[in-house]
Design a protein around this ligand. Structure first.
Ligand SMILES: C[S@@+](CC[C@H](N)C(=O)[O-])C[C@H]1O[C@@H](n2cnc3c(N)ncnc32)[C@H](O)[C@@H]1O
Length: 224
């Protein structure tokens, strides 16, 4: 029996269901945003609510204000972080294509102007973002990496540069439905890239880290 997966997946394990039911907390706007799970194509890409609650805990606990969100899709993760930061906080969310965000996420999130205004959506390849060149290194508190898996190690490097000391990175899908545990399945380029990022983070002495069985796997790294 595989004890890994997002709590909203039909095949979710009883342990996943139990831990998630006693972890996930969602305000009304987030419950509305869950609608995108039934409407958007490839809805399984939607982040796991239990991961959002865990990230929300971190952001609130250390007073995080500036957030990087790599991979917007319909905006579920961007919304989670926008709800966690204070009124003067900011979430920059990147996606190669914001069609799903505009179509499914914006109509729901914009119902709360105060939350919506905290989100800046940047469309284009996330790895090519100009934040470091613009002098924003060391200015972010939290980063969520959840876009193309082949770039996971590149995103980790960029986010580490952009974070301040003590800032936190969550890398989503770090267990890839358990496939990363199987050397044969790591021959798949996406699975192999996630495994490589997991090893890189574990061996990186610039961060403290832990690979957690939360959602589809959450690799947490704290910048020293
Ligand atoms: C798993 S989804 C993100 C889910 C979202 N974080 C959430 O919690 O619901 C991954 C997203 O990464 C985007 N993506 C894929 N390649 C990308 C790239 N090179 N740069 C930026 N975004 C990319 C896809 O368009 C997709 O919307």
């Amino acid at each position: 029996m595989s004890v890994v997966g997002k709590s909203f997946e039909a095949s979710s394990d009883p342990v996943v269901a139990y831990t998630s039911s006693l972890t996930t907390k969602q305000p009304p706007l987030q419950i509305d945003q869950n609608e995108t799970l039934s409407n958007a194509p490839l809805a399984m890409m939607h982040g796991a609510p239990e991961v959002f609650t865990f990230g929300d805990n971190f952001i609130r606990a250390f007073g995080g204000k500036r957030i990087l969100d790599i991979g917007t899709f319909t905006g579920a993760s961007a919304l989670a972080w926008a709800l966690a930061v204070p009124d003067d906080g900011k979430v920059i969310t990147f996606d190669i294509d914001h069609t799903n965000y505009r179509k499914f996420g914006v109509p729901i999130i914009s119902k709360c102007e105060n939350t919506f205004k905290k989100i800046e959506a940047v469309e284009g390849p996330a790895v090519e973002n100009k934040l470091i060149a613009e002098g924003q290194a060391g200015t972010f508190d939290f980063a969520f990496i959840d876009a193309d898996k082949q770039n996971y190690s590149n995103y980790y490097e960029k986010c580490l540069t952009l974070l301040r000391k003590g800032g936190v990175i969550f890398v989503d899908n770090s267990l890839w439905n358990g496939d990363v545990c199987d050397p044969k399945k790591r021959e798949n380029p996406m699975c192999g890239a996630i495994h490589d990022a997991n090893v890189k983070i574990f061996q990186d002495d610039r961060t403290y880290s832990a690979l957690l069985n939360l959602g589809d796997g959450t690799h947490v790294a704290f910048k020293k």
